[in-house]
Design a protein around this ligand. Structure first.
Ligand SMILES: [Zn+2]
Length: 349
């Protein structure tokens, strides 16, 4: 099959063996697949790898069409049915990721194998390209669930890349209000508003934490900065801050800006070692909550949100390419200020 393969530190289009569906598995034809920030990370890692990272067909944000079944399958869906799945194979030997190795090709190729038990049918009427955003949207939905929102919480979203935007969409569904979001990119601030943010702020123009404060007034007298928060409380509505940037130093920045008792949900992927000053967090008694991908149940919930029009992801798709355009799309995403999600359509010319 044709695929955009990460090989020799480059993304090149070539022929690789089509995957064979094993027991409990389904062969699908890839219809669309999003390029994820973690794919860019794998690409960068390959630059420093002795073997160039091997040969990988990436892609874990996909929609496919059922083609064929392996052994021990119930054949629940007719060939041609559009399906979505969490990017994991349930194997007798354990769980295996799709899109991070040579053996389990992801959606950057023409075909994939999926675990039948994980298949979700794409509801009629939901465009394939929108369903392909189910994976990143689920990451945001899970982070919002991790925050255990309560009435009156005022969220602040730091970073409006695909994950920050997914968090905003999840907050909107939960009825959180007002939603404050910060990004240095004008394009992304505009997308944040479309996804449901009430107030957006460019950190180059002013502190997101000050803007948050204005939105979080309780009407009671603000004790102001003279007396410390641990003594008199913040006098503000509860803060839930979502870290959606991913990178060293961000947690400390948030600790510095956060009000008393803030819950901080860390969703941005940071692959490097980071440092922060625990005393800053202790003085404010903040809670650090880490969030990672999603539960299978949440993946189905997000697909329903998309199908029922609760989330409109159309504005998030800022580009579409065929396999030949993948390498260029990776270049574009080096400076992603004007992009949210680029989709690959492997069968596109
Ligand atoms: Zn992803």
């Amino acid at each position: 099959m044709r695929a955009a393969v990460l090989r020799n530190r480059r993304i090149e289009v070539g022929d690789v063996p089509a995957p064979e569906p094993g027991p409990g598995e389904v062969l699908v034809k890839t219809l669309a697949c999003g390029i994820c920030g973690s794919d860019l990370h794998v690409f960068h890692q390959a630059q420093h790898n002795d073997n160039g990272g091997g040969a990988i067909v990436m892609g874990h944000e996909f929609v496919g069409e059922v083609v064929d079944y392996g052994a021990e399958t119930a054949k629940r869906f007719k060939p041609g049915t559009r399906v979505n799945s969490i990017p994991i194979l349930n194997r007798k030997t354990g769980a295996e990721f799709i899109g991070y190795s040579a053996v389990n090709p992801g959606g950057y190729g023409e075909y994939m194998r999926l675990t039948e038990d994980h298949l979700l049918e794409i509801p009629n009427g939901l465009p394939t390209e929108h369903a392909a955003l189910n994976e990143p949207m689920s990451v945001g939905w899970h982070a919002v669930n991790r925050a255990r929102l309560e009435k009156g919480d005022v969220p602040l979203v730091i970073g409006c890349g695909p994950i920050g935007l997914a968090v905003i969409a999840g907050l909107k569904i939960k009825g959180a209000h007002p939603i404050v979001a910060a990004s240095r990119s004008a394009k992304r601030r505009e997308l944040a508003l479309k996804m449901g943010a009430d107030v957006v702020v460019n950190p180059n123009d002013g502190s997101p934490y000050d803007v948050w404060r204005e939105q979080a007034q309780t009407g009671l007298p603000d004790p102001g900065p003279t007396l410390p928060g641990w003594l008199v409380g913040s006098g503000l509505k509860p803060a839930v801050i979502f870290e959606c940037v991913g990178g060293p130093g961000i947690i400390q920045e948030i600790l510095n800006g956060a009000p008393q008792d803030a819950r901080i949900v860390i969703v941005g992927l940071c692959f490097e070692e980071d440092r922060f000053q625990p005393m800053t967090g202790m003085g404010k008694e903040v809670s650090l909550i880490f969030s990672n991908s999603f539960y299978r149940r949440e993946y189905a919930e997000t697909l329903r949100h998309l199908a029922e029009g609760e989330i409109d992801v159309a504005p998030l798709i800022t580009g579409k390419v065929g396999l030949d355009g993948v390498a260029h799309a990776f270049d574009e995403l080096e400076n992603p200020k004007n992009h949210a999600k680029i989709l690959i359509e492997p069968w596109r010319d």
